[in-house]
Design a binder for this molecule. Structure first.
Ligand code: ADP
Ligand code: MG
Length: 359
């Protein structure tokens, strides 16, 4: 197992990159701690697979270094990195049986026969394929083949890291949950360094203790689900995570007060002078409805009952503000204001969070 360090890493698929836009991965400095399970979360095209393939050695970065336990492996081939990687789509040997597919990485490393037999049995149990070990892989459906790929990724106990690149894409929803649980327990049992790529926030938040959020070729935040919820470091994290995402509103901020389209909003904390585009970010969970003359004037557009709570869509000068209201809360037509809980207000300058001044 290993700590993995990305040192001034950057990657462009172009032979002669010039501007930052030419880079699929912008300059990145990041440590993946030994034995931690990470989810790498971001929308399609933000550079997740590029990063994973650089870590496993399928791709060599255009700039910077990659270290395993402080040893430079930037130029080492995949085979020397001792990494297991599972891809989005199945990679299995059609002519081999399920058993031999699972045993392959162990045989390759010269493990002894009795160990292989036991370990393959254990993994087959985890992926629910004990009764299919003698089947040839040919002819099996894509989701069954993908389970074999997952099993093969998990079969070796002595790897530096396990990398999963959206591995459950072709798996049906029920089995998804089951396999994710298996991966989690595998992590508890063996303590491998794990990186699990997904574009699905629920998957990321339930799989990992730490979530790394990527946006446009950058890591914009690494944190616990709670940190991503309470203090999104970038507005992207705010609206990508959460359902609905954070409200992001243009504002002017002076000291401990914001002004939004002429309306004053107390922030509950002070801010120094801000430059660039200034915005407030407030999650719908920290936003409530009121009537009277405090808060921002709004018109309620729609109330959606989603079971555990209600989502209210309110209009503020042509901009939608989402409010989460308790299931039992009565939304009356005279509610014409939204009020922010100051504990949930974040201030952003050019999309990056500005910490409040310490009192
Ligand atoms: P993700 O896995 O987050 O969807 P990728 O790492 O696959 O993102 O892609 C990041 C960016 O690099 C995208 O703009 C994609 O079009 C580009 N890209 C990915 N692979 C290649 C490639 N082999 N050649 C050129 N561009 C690529
Ligand atoms: Mg990808």
């Amino acid at each position: 197992m290993a700590k993995i360090t990305l040192d001034n890493l950057a990657h462009s698929y172009l032979p002669n990159p010039i501007s930052e836009d030419d880079y699929a991965l912008k300059e990145l400095n990041h440590d993946w701690l030994d034995g931690e399970a990470y989810a790498l979360l971001g929308s399609s095209g933000c550079g997740k697979s590029t990063l994973l393939n650089i870590i496993s050695g399928l791709l060599h970065p255009s700039k910077g270094r990659i270290l395993f336990n402080d040893r430079d492996v930037t130029m080492s081939p995949t085979a020397q990195r001792n990494i297991a990687q599972v891809f989005q789509f199945p990679v299995v040997y059609d002519t081999m049986t399920v058993h031999d597919n699972l045993a392959f990485p162990l045989r390759n490393r010269g493990a002894d026969a009795s160990y292989i037999r036991d370990r393959v049995q254990q993994i087959a149990h985890m992926i629910g394929m004990e009764n299919m070990l003698d089947h040839k892989a040919r002819g099996l459906t894509a989701d069954v083949k993908q389970k074999i790929s997952l099993g093969r990724g998990m079969v070796r106990e002595d790897v530096n890291a396990l990398l999963f690149d959206e591995p459950l894409t072709v798996i049906d929803p029920h089995m998804k949950w089951e396999l994710r649980t298996q991966l989690k327990s595998l992590h508890h049992e063996f303590g491998h360094t794990m990186i699990y790529v997904t574009h699905d926030q629920t998957e990321a938040l339930t799989f990992a203790d730490k979530v790394v959020v990527m946006y446009d070729g950058r890591v914009v935040q690494m944190g616990t689900p709670q940190q991503l919820f309470e203090t999104p470091e970038h507005t992207f994290v705010g609206y990508f995570i959460g359902s609905p995402g954070m409200n992001v509103l243009d504002a002017e901020v002076a000291g401990d007060t914001a002004v939004l389209a002429g309306n004053e909003v107390p922030l509950g904390k002070g801010f120094g002078s801000l430059s660039g585009k200034v915005e407030l970010g407030v999650r719908p969970e920290f936003t409530s409805l009121a009537s009277g003359d405090e808060g921002l004037p709004v018109t309620i557009k729609r109330v959606e009952d989603v079971g555990r709570h209600k989502i209210v869509r309110a209009d503020f000068h042509g901009i939608e503000i989402n409010v989460v209201a308790a299931e039992g809360e009565n939304i009356s037509p005279d509610m014409n204001r939204v009020v922010f809980d100051t504990a949930g207000i974040n201030v952003y300058s050019d999309s990056w969070r500005v910490p409040p001044l310490v009192a």
